[in-house]
Ligand binder design. Structure first.
Ligand code: ZN
Ligand code: ZN
Length: 562
C-alpha cells in the first residue's frame, strides 16, 4: 500500500454510522470505553501501516477499507480492540503532523468530494469488477428500487432487492472505504449505488446500459414458454396432448426457479385449466384460453423489450432515483392504485397534488412479488391499514389535504417514506376548489402538449389529470388487443378515451365500475394518467369521485378496499 496519507484520510472521515455498519453498536460502545481508558494510546505510524497496542494486543491497518484491519487477539471476527483502535486513531490522527498533501489531492478529497462519481467506464470496471457491473446493470433494468442520499459523511444508498441493503460510501476513502450491509467485499449493491448516481449525473452512455434485463437462464425459459404457447395456439385446445400439458407444469417450475414468479403463476393456472377435465368437458370457449395465452404473451414481450428505449417508469412504476429534502409541502390527496409490474413487483401508488407548486407528486410502496407472496404483503391491505411514516393513514389521504412537514422528493416528484418523514393531517376536503379539474378538453390537450415539451429528456409520457365528464358513450371492447374503452366528451363534444388494458392486474373490477356510470350520476370526476395515441387523448382511469370531493373510489381496489 505504502500510503498512510490515504489511510489517515479514510480513518479521520469515518463516522460512527460506518463503524456500526461494519461492526455493531455493542462493539462501538465497548471500543469507545477501551479507547477512553487507553487515553493517548501507543501507535506506530510507519510508511505503509499504522500499528496500535491496546489491551495487550496489536492492531494493524495497512490499507483503506475495513478488510485491511487486523487484531492478534483470539476473537474469530471483528473485536472491540479494532473499534477502539479506529476511534482512538480518528481522535488522534488530526493532531499528528501529516505530510503536506498535494493541492489537487486536497481538492479531490475535501469534504465536498464525491468519489462515487466515476466518469470513465473503464475506471468503473477496474474499481467495481466487470461482472459485478453487468449484474448491477441488470438489476437496474429490472427496476430494483434504489434510494440515494448524499450527506456530509458521504453517500447512503438503500437498495431494495430481495432484502433491503444499505450501502455507504465515505467522502474520504472513497470506494475502497465503501461498506454494504450484505458484508461482501465486492458486492452488486455498491456497484448499483455507484451506477445509479453516475446515471443521474449523466455519466453513463446509453450503450453501456444496453444489457439484457434478463439473465441467460431467464431468456432461455422465456423462449421455451413462447414455444409452448405457440404450439397450444396452433394446435388448438382440443388437440392438446398429455405431454404438452405436462410441459406446462415443468415450465412453471422453471419460471419460478428463474425468478419469474408472475409468469410462473400464470403458466400454472393455464396448466391447471388444461388438466381440469371438468372444465374441458364443459367446453369452455377457446377464446377464453386465447385470452389467457395473450395475457402471458404480453408479459413475456414486455419483459423482452424492457431494457430500452423506455425502460423504467412505464413498465415498473418504480426505479432508481435520488431524493432531496423538502419542508412544509402542502398536498391534496387524489387517486390511488394497486399494481403488479411485469418485472415482478407489486405495490400501491398514491397521487397527490401540490396547489402551491401546481405539480403532481406520487408516493409508491412496492415489494418484489416473491417477497410479497412469502410474507403475505398485500398492496391493498398495506394501503388500507398503514400510515405514511407514522402520520396520516394512506387510505384517508385521497380527498383530504396533508402537510409534509419534512420529507424527501426525487427529481421526478416522487415522495419517499424514509425515516424522518413527518406528515400532518389529513383534513377532508370541502370542495374541489384547489384541484385542477378539466371540463374543457381542448384546453386539456394544450396542457398535455406543454407537459410533453417540458419533459423531452424524461421518459415520462403519462400526465396525472382530473377531468369532469358530462357525457359518456357506450363502452367498447377490443378482443384482439385486450383493450376496454369508453369515450367521454366535454360539453362541446370533444372526446377523451378512457382505456384499460385488460392484461393489467385488477382491470376487471375497474371495468365494472366504469361501465356502471350513467347519466344519473352527477358529473363524475375521473382521475387518471393521460397519454396520446394516434393523435387521440387516452386516459387510463385510476380513481373516480362521484358525489363528494372527499370521497374517491379507487378502481383497482375492490369495494371496501378503497
Ligand atoms: Zn482484538
Ligand atoms: Zn452488498
Amino acid at each position: 500500500m505504502a500510503d498512510t496519507g490515504k489511510i489517515r484520510e479514510w480513518i479521520i472521515g469515518l463516522s460512527d454510522d460506518y463503524i456500526v455498519e461494519w461492526a455493531n453498536k455493542g462493539l462501538l460502545r465497548r471500543g469507545r470505553k477501551l479507547a477512553q481508558k487507553a487515553g493517548e494510546g501507543d501507535f506506530d505510524i510507519a510508511d505503509d501501516r499504522i500499528i496500535g497496542h491496546l489491551d495487550g494486543y496489536a492492531q494493524t491497518v495497512d490499507g483503506v477499507g475495513f478488510e485491511h484491519l487486523r487484531c492478534d487477539c483470539p476473537a474469530a471476527e471483528t473485536c472491540h480492540h479494532l473499534t477502539a483502535f479506529l476511534l482512538a486513531l480518528r481522535d488522534r490522527l488530526p493532531q499528528t503532523c501529516p505530510e503536506t498533501p498535494a493541492s489537487d489531492e486536497t481538492d479531490k478529497n475535501g469534504s465536498d468530494a464525491r468519489p462515487w462519481l466515476i466518469p470513465d467506464a473503464g475506471e468503473r470496471e477496474k474499481m467495481l469488477g466487470r461482472s459485478v457491473i453487468r449484474r448491477a446493470f441488470r438489476l437496474m433494468m429490472q427496476s430494483v428500487p434504489v434510494e440515494v442520499t448524499e450527506n456530509s459523511d458521504g453517500l447512503v444508498a438503500v437498495v431494495r432487492e430481495k432484502e433491503v441493503r444499505t450501502v455507504r460510501i465515505p467522502r474520504s476513502g472513497g470506494l475502497d472505504g465503501a461498506i454494504c450491509s450484505c458484508k461482501a467485499r465486492q458486492c452488486v449493491h455498491k456497484a448499483l449505488a455507484v451506477l445509479t448516481v453516475c446515471r443521474e449525473n449523466g455519466l453513463i452512455k446509453p450503450e453501456e446500459m444496453a444489457t439484457d434485463a434478463l439473465t441467460p437462464e431467464q431468456g432461455g425459459v422465456i423462449g421455451q414458454i413462447e414455444n409452448w404457447l405457440r404450439s397450444l395456439l396452433i394446435q388448438g385446445v382440443g388437440n392438446v396432448s398429455v405431454s404438452q400439458i405436462e410441459q406446462g407444469e415443468s415450465l412453471a417450475t422453471l419460471a419460478r426457479q428463474a425468478d419469474l414468479p408472475r409468469i410462473a403463476s400464470q403458466i400454472k393456472s393455464v396448466h391447471q385449466w388444461l388438466t381440469d377435465d371438468q372444465a374441458r368437458a364443459a367446453h369452455v370457449r377457446p377464446d377464453v384460453l386465447r385470452f389467457r395465452l395473450a395475457r402471458i404473451a404480453a408479459h413475456l414481450s414486455a419483459l423482452k423489450t424492457l431494457p430500452l428505449p423506455q425502460p423504467m417508469q412505464t413498465l415498473a412504476g418504480v426505479h432508481s432515483r435520488s431524493y432531496r429534502i423538502v419542508h412544509r409541502l402542502h398536498l391534496t390527496g387524489v387517486g390511488a392504485e394497486i399494481w403488479e409490474s411485469p418485472t415482478g413487483y407489486c405495490g400501491f401508488t398514491l397521487y397527490l397534488y401540490a396547489p402551491d407548486q401546481k405539480s403532481w407528486y406520487r408516493h409508491t410502496q412496492a415489494r418484489p412479488l416473491a417477497f410479497a407472496g412469502e410474507n403475505g404483503w398485500r398492496p391493498a391491505d398495506e394501503f388500507r391499514r398503514n400510515s405514511w411514516a407514522g402520520g396520516a393513514k394512506y387510505q384517508a389521504i385521497p380527498g383530504a389535504s396533508v402537510e409534509m412537514v419534512q420529507g424527501w422528493v426525487s427529481p421526478d416528484l416522487r415522495l419517499s417514506a424514509r425515516e424522518g418523514t413527518r406528515i400532518n393531517g389529513p383534513i377532508p376536503l370541502e370542495d374541489f376548489g384547489n384541484l385542477p379539474v378539466f371540463e374543457d378538453f381542448p384546453e386539456l390537450a394544450a396542457t398535455y402538449a406543454r407537459f410533453l415539451s417540458g419533459n423531452i429528456f424524461s421518459d415520462e409520457r403519462f400526465m396525472p389529470v382530473i377531468i369532469a365528464a358530462p357525457s359518456f358513450e357506450k363502452a367498447a371492447f377490443d378482443p384482439y388487443q385486450q383493450l376496454w374503452s369508453r369515450t367521454v366528451t366535454d360539453r362541446a363534444g370533444f372526446p377523451v378515451h378512457l382505456r384499460l388494458e385488460l392484461a393489467r392486474a385488477h382491470a376487471q373490477q375497474a371495468v365494472r365500475v366504469l361501465e356502471n356510470i350513467d347519466r344519473s350520476d352527477a358529473l363524475p370526476r375521473i382521475f387518471g394518467l393521460l397519454s396520446q395515441r394516434d393523435g387521440e387523448m387516452v386516459l387510463r382511469p385510476v380513481s373516480i369521485s362521484i358525489k363528494t370531493p372527499s370521497q374517491w373510489r379507487h378502481l383497482s381496489m375492490a369495494e371496501g378496499e378503497s
